[in-house]
Structure formats: C-alpha cells, structure tokens
Design a protein around this ligand. Structure first.
Ligand code: ADP
Ligand code: MG
Length: 340
C-alpha cells in the first residue's frame, strides 16, 4: 500500500457545500415538493398550488398566498443557514414551524434552476429573483410566493440517473402533498401535472379532509380517536380491524402537525391492534399527537421525518391507550346488544 498523497486542507466553496447538503435533503422531486409546501404553510398560506412537468423533473412550481418575502430578502432566502424562523437555541427548542434549518432553498437552488417570485402586502408589485447570482426583476402577482424549480439535478447527473419514471416521481410528489393535506385541512391544495388538474382538496373539517384524501370508506370503517394523558393529546381516526390491509400504506402519524415515521408511534399503534389483528395485517390510521414542543426534538434528521421524544414510553402509552379506547368504544350506527 502506498501512503496517501498529502493534500492541503481547504474550506469547500459555498456552492459545493450546498450541493453536498442537498444530497441529504433533496433525493427526488417529491423532496422538493415537501420542502416548498412546508415553506408555504409556514408562511400562513391558505391555498397551495403545486404544478409539475414530467413528474417534477422538468418543473416544480409551488404557489402560495402566504405573507410573501420582501424584495430585499429574496437573495437572503436563498442563502445557506438563513431563516426567519429561529434566532436562538431556545427558539429551536420550542419551534412550531415546519422549517427552521434555513437550508432547503439553498440546497434545492444548488441542484436546479430556481426562481423565487414574491410579493408582501407592503409592496405595490412582486419581484423575481433567478438564482443567487441573478438580478432582481419586477414581476406581477398577488401577495404570496411562487417558487419555481426547473431541471432538477441538471448539474448532478449521478443523481438524475436515480430518478424513476415520470409516473413514479409524480406518485411520490402526490404522496408528499397528501401528507401535508392530512395535517392541514384548514388549507386548500391543488396539484397539476402536465397541465392537468390531478388532485384538489378544498378547505374542510378534518374528518372531511380525511375522507377527501383517503376515501370515504376510510371514514366509515374507522373510529374517532380522542385521548389525553398529561401533556399529550392523541386525536384522529383508527380503522376497524376489518379495514386492515396487507400493506402498511395507510398509516399516517403526525407530531405537532409534522408528518413523521416514528418507531414509537408505529409500534404503539400496532400493539393496540394486538388482540384483534392477526398475522401481517396492517391497520389503517391517521393519528395526530400533540405534545409540548420542549418534549420532542425535531432536529435529528435533515428531512425532519424522524423525531426524538424526551420520554418515549409516555408517548407509546398515550398512543396505545388512545387507539385501544377508540377500538373498544361502541361505534355510532352499530346497535349494541343490550345487556340483560
Ligand atoms: P427554513 O424553512 O428552514 O427557514 P428555507 O431555506 O426553506 O429555510 O427558507 C428560507 C427562508 O425563506 C424562510 O425562513 C422564509 O423566511 C423564506 N421563505 C421560503 N419560502 C417562503 C414562502 N413560500 N413564503 C414566505 N417566505 C418563504
Ligand atoms: Mg423550509
């Protein structure tokens, strides 16, 4: 073995750092959709429109009616570690927004052609910024923001090669919006693909949104969950055993409005079905856990899909009991046999 050649230690250029970071955050078009819809909702949007071309590979545009980004902050929004959502460690510990790392736009911008178009209520017109080095141009739109992402991974062909067919990428993009839609029935969502409207969810009650997104049968074949233990509240719907499926593709869990894939919650929910579901049957559910933000760390994963609870047992118990009680309660419309 020859000794490795000695090379000087250098700081990597900013662009390259962002491209490396993008590897963690931006895996495929759906990751971009997730980040941009997070941003729209953090900005207080009540209507979010997602437009895609070729499964999102050619274009992802997310349009919102949120508070907008001021003309003088457009360039800042594209910088790495630049955020309006936290300013200190204590803010981080009680963060209530979806974003806070200030890296999504920088990461996405480093592997695509990104244009920001935004207008705040204080401005008479909108401004557009094409890339970090682009020029600010006046543009037309109502208050809110449009982020356009073109030619994802054009500069990183290795990544581009991992993309699947347009239909598969589209399905992942729709799934990303669906997860948001289930968390935020108070916002409307629309998805367009290649010029056609493919999904539309209007502002609704939470149960109605669940029916709109997951199908009316889900609502009919499920029971309401509403349980509190200490500082934890668990609400949502749990499918009756008959509605179980062979795949775990209808299991949605949220922590403080954030979609998560969490072992504690998944395990707790599954164990609530222990006595009524056998073999590999997978329950259907949408569970919303509300917990003091100080008791959950959301900063453990770049995409924040994983969280860490300060006390996992407390959450496990709450979720398990919540689902067990819901399943044990008599169902509306089902006449209980009177006890003699
Ligand atoms: P983060 O969401 O973690 O703050 P991002 O890179 O996603 O980081 O966004 C950077 C900043 O740009 C945000 O903190 C916010 O101030 C602004 N921003 C991004 N998208 C929007 C939007 N749709 N509406 C208003 N402001 C936005
Ligand atoms: Mg963000």
């Amino acid at each position: 073995l020859s000794a490795p050649a000695s090379r000087p230690i250098r700081e990597l250029p900013d662009e390259l750092v962002s491209q490396i970071a993008a590897g963690e955050v931006v895996e495929r078009p759906a990751s971009v959709v997730r980040e941009l819809v997070d941003n729209a909702l953090d900005a207080g949007a009540t209507q979010v429109t997602v437009r895609l071309l070729a499964g999102g590979v050619r274009l992802i545009s997310v349009e919102d009616d949120g508070i907008g980004i001021a003309r003088d902050e457009l360039a800042m929004a594209l910088k790495r570690h630049a955020t309006s959502k936290i300013a200190s460690l204590s803010d981080l510990e009680s963060v209530g927004t979806m974003g806070f790392r200030g890296e999504a736009l920088a990461a996405i911008g480093s592997v695509s052609e990104l244009t920001l178009l935004s207008r705040t209520a204080a401005q008479a017109s909108a401004f557009a910024l094409h890339g970090l080095s682009g020029e600010l141009r006046p543009a037309a739109r109502a208050v809110g923001t449009t982020v356009e992402v073109k030619e994802l991974f054009f500069s990183t062909p290795a990544r581009r090669k991992f993309l699947k067919t347009d239909a598969t990428e589209l399905a992942h993009c729709i799934e990303a919006v669906r997860r948001h839609a289930l968390a935020r029935p108070d916002a409307g969502f629309a998805i367009w693909h290649d010029g056609k409207l493919v999904e539309q969810w209007r502002i609704a009650s939470r149960d109605q949104r669940l029916a709109d997104v997951l199908g009316a049968e889900l609502l009919e074949q499920s029971v309401a969950v509403d349980y509190s233990a200490g500082a934890i509240r668990v609400t949502g719907r749990a499918g009756i055993p008959d509605s179980a499926r062979s795949r775990a593709d209808q299991q949605f869990a949220y922590v403080n409005g954030r979609y998560v894939r969490d072992k504690v919650i998944t395990h707790a929910a599954r164990s609530a079905y222990e006595d009524v579901l056998h073999g590999q049957r997978q329950p259907v559910y949408a569970l919303y856990v509300e917990i003091d933000p100080a008791r959950v760390d959301v900063n453990v994963h770049p995409t924040k899909i994983e969280v860490r609870f300060r006390d996992g047992r407390e959450v496990h118990q709450a979720v398990r009991h919540a689902v067990e009680y819901a399943l044990a309660a008599p169902r509306a419309g089902v006449v209980a046999t009177p006890l003699m």
